[in-house]
Design a protein around this ligand. Structure first.
Ligand SMILES: [Zn+2]
Length: 167
């Protein structure tokens, strides 16, 4: 499976969007209190598309979002670049923005909750923070978010960007 080619830089008001984009596997830089000059520099050097609500920002690679609703923002990003959030979902750490690595169950078993140890066979580990991820309730929440953001599912409860992980 190849990585998606596009890379993003979410401005500091878009933390939630950044996490959802990472959930969908997209390389998304985000950090608090980033200055505009730094935003422009990183966008230029790392060829990242700036995502922002700020009407005063301008850069060669920039997508201006129209809504404070994170689902609308997510849909705008997917539509603007014809992206599929399901294709690379769950390949990236939502906290560190690095690609997860497959890991053997035996090597992580002692760090897992009992019910997960019994139920799950496949695990991924973040090489940066050490969190271990598995298919759990967060998976359903995330897929539901994608569906609702894209208008595929029926509107319902607002899911939060959680993950099932231990570190
Ligand atoms: Zn991590």
């Amino acid at each position: 499976m190849s990585e998606p080619g596009i890379r993003f830089l979410a401005d500091d008001h878009l933390k939630r969007l950044a996490r959802w984009l990472r959930s969908a596997g997209f390389d998304t830089y985000w950090r608090l209190d980033i200055e505009n000059r730094e935003l422009y520099r990183i966008s230029w050097v790392e060829k990242r598309t700036i995502l922002t609500l700020d009407r005063k920002l301008w850069a060669p690679r920039l997508l201006r979002l129209s809504s404070h609703d994170v689902k609308v923002q997510f849909r705008e990003v997917m539509e603007a670049f014809s992206l599929d959030p399901f294709e690379h979902a769950f390949t990236r750490c939502v906290v560190c923005n690095v690609l997860l690595e497959a890991t053997e169950k035996e090597t992580v078993a002692d760090r897992l909750p009992e019910r997960v140890r019994e139920r799950c066979e496949h695990f991924r580990r973040c090489p940066s923070c050490g969190r271990i991820f598995w298919r759990g309730t967060h998976t359903e929440r995330t897929l539901r978010f994608f569906e609702e953001a894209l208008g595929l599912g029926k509107p319902g409860a607002r899911p939060g960007p959680g993950e099932d992980a231990v570190r």
